[in-house]
Ligand binder design. Structure first.
Ligand code: GDP
Length: 199
């Protein structure tokens, strides 16, 4: 059976909040440090290499890319952050765009935050988590590239960070994931289905 997510198609790219479609229906946004595997997660979720290509297209990486699942539901690809060589002015522009999006978008249901399990919870990740906590936005964290660690080490990392998340009063959930192996895809579907109202 084709999943809801395999029906995703590219809608548009927006450089400003004003360019977004009307604030209606339900949106879930995906974000992460560059190289954590955001494009690979999109690819694994949608089985659509075109989407990941859009998210990597030079000139679109600093934009908000929108993919539609149906008339009511959209997946939002936010610009990656933490690029080593990006000038400060661009970093600030990214931050402003993401901050504006998170604080103004009423149809936003939650945020998928992709981290590399070998380097999770970097300062910018924590900053984003605190920002979402302040704005009462739910976050689901993917500890991606779990295939790079032994099962025991991956589970240890998961447990260590689960206990640290109790400081957040908003809903923050955490799971192991491997975009490469498709590991954890059922849990991701479950969380997304809740947000999109698919039961
Ligand atoms: P993005 O910059 O966050 O969009 O990251 P990409 O999706 O381009 O992935 C960055 C690199 O990590 C690429 O070389 C991917 O092949 C690799 N990668 C992504 N996800 C996984 C994973 O689950 N396991 C492994 N082993 N490598 C991955």
């Amino acid at each position: 059976m084709t999943s809801h997510y395999q029906k995703a198609y590219f809608l548009l790219s927006a450089a400003t909040i004003k360019q977004l479609p009307p604030d209606q229906g339900k949106e879930v946004a995906i974000v992460g440090r560059s190289n954590a595997g955001k494009s690979s997660v999109l690819n694994t979720l949608t089985h659509n290499k075109q989407l990941a290509r859009v998210s990597k297209t030079p000139g679109r990486t600093q934009l908000i890319n929108l993919f539609a699942l149906d008339d009511e539901r959209r997946m939002i690809d936010l610009p990656g952050y933490g690029f080593a060589k990006v000038p400060e002015a661009i970093k600030q522009k990214w931050q402003k765009l993401v901050d504006n999006y998170i604080t103004t978008r009423a149809c936003l249901q939650g945020l998928i935050l992709v981290m590399d399990i070998r380097h999770p919870f970097r300062p910018l990740d924590i900053q984003l988590l605190e920002f979402c906590n302040y704005h009462n936005l739910s976050v689901h964290i993917l500890l991606n590239k779990a295939d790079k660690l032994s099962k025991a080490a991956a589970n240890r990392t998961l447990q260590n960070h689960l206990s640290a998340l109790t400081v957040y009063h908003n809903s923050v959930t955490l799971q192991l994931f491997s975009a490469l192996k498709g590991m954890g895809i059922d849990s991701l579907h479950q969380r997304l289905n809740e947000w999109y109202g698919w039961t």
